[in-house]
Design a protein around this ligand. Structure first.
Ligand SMILES: Cc1ncc(COP(=O)(O)O)c(C=O)c1O
Length: 405
């Protein structure tokens, strides 16, 4: 399919909404994306036609639900080019995926070991590692970021050593939009035998992800940031790593056999999927990924890059504009401040004019502290945003600034 913005916009019913009598302009896609009709329909279809629990019934509906659920795993594996669908663990989202790995690493970390993260991480990819280090008396080491929003690669080189037991970093920063050179970083880490977890929460909807090409040990994302449902996520893990790790949660389905004396665990990926899974979430995620595939991720990336460039140029025409995150490798996120106006004030006025942006620390408080700022206003784009919306946003921003002057 070619790129037809009007047709794409028509797929998203919520875009017709008005807020305070104004046409909605939704630029909070870094927080969550809207859902196309195809995704909404897939949820309705599941509950209307074959809702049933999976993996445990002999009856027709259960068999159908199980087949659809496992086919979803195959599709996700194909989408990110995993070698084997057993490398795909279904979770509630990126946060749960990271917690799963951090908790499963408990037995692999000893006193004095190091865990490496970066200073641009979302709290979801910081707090689980901090907790792991506290529990095990290990050291949390943090790769710094330079003023433009790029990781300091010289520092990184000096921080890599055999003491580091895992390196967890984001593919794309949710605040700065920086696309980290993760392939290069993973190769550097591997020279020291360090496994790497990539938090792909901000990447999966914006650029091609090929886990075999990246050669990462773990990659995770949430469906809701890629036009899919909330409460559903993916953890990719290399087979040998998933096999080696201990389960994170215990209960039904993740076991092989249970007696009152002992439990043995199921094979991968099931040993990480305790309890009834979110079946409709899996199906709706596939609908979302197919939606992306149908447009073409390269077409999406190109379109969003143009939007980013256009919006950046327009913003920079505004007096006292400060963009936080100016890497040349960026995706569709612009964080900014104007003079010393508090981000919240601007965000509130924009909202009154129908423009939804994010304000605050974006769950990356250490990064915001690093820039010594109170937070930012963040406009983050998706495939359905348009230049006309950017124009409206710029006008609304100018009006807000005039009111605050
Ligand atoms: C970079 C990054 N990592 C992790 C997360 C957490 O995602 P979720 O809340 O869907 O688990 C987010 C959410 O904003 C994010 O931007």
């Amino acid at each position: 399919m070619g790129f037809n913005i009007d047709k794409i916009r028509a797929d998203f019913p919520i875009l017709k909404r008005k807020v305070y009598g104004k046409q909605l302009v939704y630029f909070d896609n870094g927080a969550t994306t809207h859902k196309p009709q195809q995704v909404i329909d897939s949820i309705v279809d599941y509950y209307s036609n074959f809702n049933s629990n999976v993996h445990r019934g002999v009856h027709k509906l259960s068999v159908e639900a199980t087949t659809a659920f496992e086919d979803s795993r195959k599709y996700v594996a194909h989408f990110i080019n995993a070698e084997d669908d057993r490398e795909i663990v279904f979770t509630r989202g990126a946060t749960e995926s990271i917690n799963l790995v951090a908790n499963s690493f408990l037995s692999l970390i000893n006193k004095g070991d190091e865990v490496l993260i970066t200073s641009i991480e979302h709290h979801s990819n910081l707090v689980p590692w901090q907790q792991l280090c506290e529990k095990k008396n290990a050291k949390l080491k943090v790769v710094p970021v330079s003023d433009d929003g790029n990781l300091d690669m010289e520092f990184l080189d000096n921080m890599l050593s055999e003491k580091v037991k895992i390196f967890a970093l984001s593919h794309i920063s949710n605040v700065l939009g920086t696309i980290n050179p993760i392939k290069e970083i993973i190769a550097k880490a591997h020279k020291f035998g360090i496994p790497v977890l990539i938090d792909g929460a901000q990447a999966i909807a914006h650029l091609k992800v090929d886990v075999q090409d990246l050669d990462c040990e773990f990659y995770c994302f949430s469906a809701h940031k890629a036009y899919g449902p909330m409460g559903f996520g993916v953890l990719y893990g290399k087979k040998e790593w998933l096999t080696r790790l201990q389960p994170y949660q215990y209960g039904g389905e993740m076991i092989s056999s249970v007696s009152l004396d002992k439990t043995t665990f199921n094979e991968i990926p099931y040993k990480f999927e305790a309890g009834t899974p979110n079946v409709s979430g899996a199906l709706a995620t596939v609908a979302a990924l197919k939606y992306i595939k149908n447009i073409g991720i390269d077409n999406i990336a190109k379109y969003e890059d143009d939007l980013l460039e256009y919006a950046t140029e327009k913003l920079l025409e505004i007096d006292k504009m400060r963009i936080i995150g100016t890497s040349s490798e960026k995706t569709a996120v612009i964080s900014f401040l104007v003079g010393d106006i508090h981000p919240y004030d601007i965000g509130t006025l924009l909202d009154q004019m129908g423009v939804a942006v994010r304000t605050g620390n974006h769950c990356a408080q250490p990064l915001i502290d690093n820039y010594c700022i109170p937070g930012t206003i963040r406009a983050s784009f998706a495939v359905y945003n348009s230049k006309e919306e950017v124009d409206y946003f710029i006008e609304a921003l100018k009006k807000s600034l005039a009111m605050l002057a």
